[in-house]
Ligand binder design. Structure first.
Ligand code: C5P
Length: 224
């Protein structure tokens, strides 16, 4: 069967990665979490006290960063490696969420990540989620989805995820972080979050995961 590129963009915590993983599994495609790359770069910047307002400092740091996705043999999940270290858990911490949108707005950072993402799509059979995948990374993708959901539902979903790991987290903290990231992502100068003209909108506020997958699989069949 013909392999295509599927892009999933949208606001924070809309369930993009859940849908992307389901699709990749069903279609036997590769799933790439582009946000994990920006998170890993942010982790490196914080660990090495890189001043991301200085392009010289950013360029020097990027030259020392090697990002790779590797499959966890036990869970089968794709995990993020930063300079050969598995950082999958570290990059999901709140401290990264608080800074990642600032780092992801830096021109050199975006060029670095986008160049690698474009290469990953060379063989098709890929589902990539993020903020600029349908607009910038794969403008010619066969199927583009733009996801959205009510803010209250998104906050609730992300809160449950984070609370499982950290009982000190509050709903208000999670809400503020989502709103701030969405604001920075949608208003930055370079590749702001926006729907590609040819993307299909998926509002999953009222959809079960099963219904959502069924609906999107129909779109996949139409696109192939
Ligand atoms: O998808 P996730 O929430 O993990 O992404 C973390 C952050 O990385 C986003 O809030 C956004 O600032 C940035 N990002 C981006 N472009 C992408 C993917 C993520 O700017 N393609």
């Amino acid at each position: 069967m013909k392999k295509i590129i599927i892009t999933i963009d949208g606001y924070s915590s809309c369930g993009k990665s859940t849908l992307a993983k389901q699709l990749a599994k069903k279609l036997d495609y590769v799933y790439i979490d582009s946000g994990a790359m920006y998170r890993a770069i942010t982790l490196y910047f914080l660990q090495n006290r890189v001043d991301w307002t200085s392009s010289a400092a950013v360029n020097a740091a990027l030259a020392d960063i090697h990002l790779e996705f590797m499959c966890n043999p036990l869970s089968g999940a794709s995990e993020m490696f930063l300079n050969d270290e598995n950082v999958e858990h570290l990059i999901r911490e709140m401290i990264i969420a608080e800074k990642v949108s600032e780092v992801a707005a830096v021109k050199e950072v975006r060029e670095f990540a986008v160049a690698q993402q474009k290469k990953m799509g060379a063989r098709k059979g890929i589902v990539m989620d993020g903020r600029d995948i349908g607009t910038v990374v794969f403008p010619h993708a066969e199927l583009k989805i733009f996801m959205t959901a009510d803010i209250a539902i998104r906050v609730e979903r992300r809160f449950r995820e984070l609370y499982a790991k950290n009982k000190n987290i509050t709903i208000e903290e999670v809400k503020q972080n989502l709103e701030l990231r969405d604001y920075i992502d949608a208003n930055r100068e370079i590749s702001p979050l926006r729907k590609a003209d040819d993307a299909i909108i998926l509002d999953n506020s009222q959809l079960t995961l099963e219904n959502q997958l069924e609906l999107v699989m129909q779109w996949v069949e139409d696109a192939i």
